[in-house]
Design a protein around this ligand. Structure first.
Ligand code: THU
Length: 130
C-alpha cells in the first residue's frame, strides 16, 4: 500500500470531535512495512494525540525503530505540517535527511527533510557534559 493511501485511510478513522480537523499519518520503515495513525482527541484537550504519534507508536509496538519515509495528510488549504512536538518525535527515529511529505486531501503535496522541519533538533549529544 502506498503511504498516501495508508495515511488517507487512517485519517478517515481520526477521532477529532473538538477540532473537527482529521489528520492521517503513515510511515515506511527500511523493512518496507507501513504503519499508520490518526489524531485521537480527548475532552481533556491536552490529552489528545497527533496522527504522527499514533503511527510512531504502531511502528514501535511492531518492533521497528527506524523511519525511511513519512506522509501526513489533512483537509487543509496548505499541506499540513507536523507540530513541533511531532517533529521532535520523528527525530527520535529518523535521520536528518528523512523525507516528510505533507499533503492536502485535495492532492497538494509538499516534501521537506526532517532537518528542514526541525533545525537544531535536541539530541543525545546535547546531554554530554564532559
Ligand atoms: N494534528 C495532528 O494530528 N498532526 C499534525 O501534524 C498537526 C495537528 C492534530 C492535533 C489535533 O487533534 C488537531 O490536529 C488540531 O490541532
Amino acid at each position: 500500500m502506498s503511504l498516501s493511501d495508508a495515511a488517507r485511510a487512517a485519517r478517515e478513522n481520526a477521532y477529532a470531535p473538538y477540532s473537527n480537523f482529521k489528520v492521517g499519518a503513515a510511515l515506511r520503515t527500511p523493512s518496507g512495512a507501513v504503519f499508520s495513525g490518526c489524531n485521537v482527541e480527548n475532552v481533556a484537550y491536552p490529552e489528545g494525540t497527533c496522527a504522527e504519534a499514533g503511527a510512531l507508536a504502531a511502528m514501535v509496538a511492531a518492533g521497528e525503530t527506524k523511519l525511511s519515509e513519512v506522509y501526513v495528510i489533512a483537509d487543509s488549504l496548505e499541506p499540513v505540517t507536523p507540530c513541533g512536538g511531532c517533529r521532535q518525535k520523528l527525530a527520535e527515529f529518523g535521520a536528518p535527511d528523512l523525507k516528510v511529505t505533507m499533503a492536502t486531501t485535495a492532492g497538494r503535496e509538499k516534501s521537506m527533510t526532517l532537518a528542514e522541519l526541525l533545525p537544531g533538533a535536541f539530541s543525545q549529544s546535547h546531554m554530554d557534559n564532559t
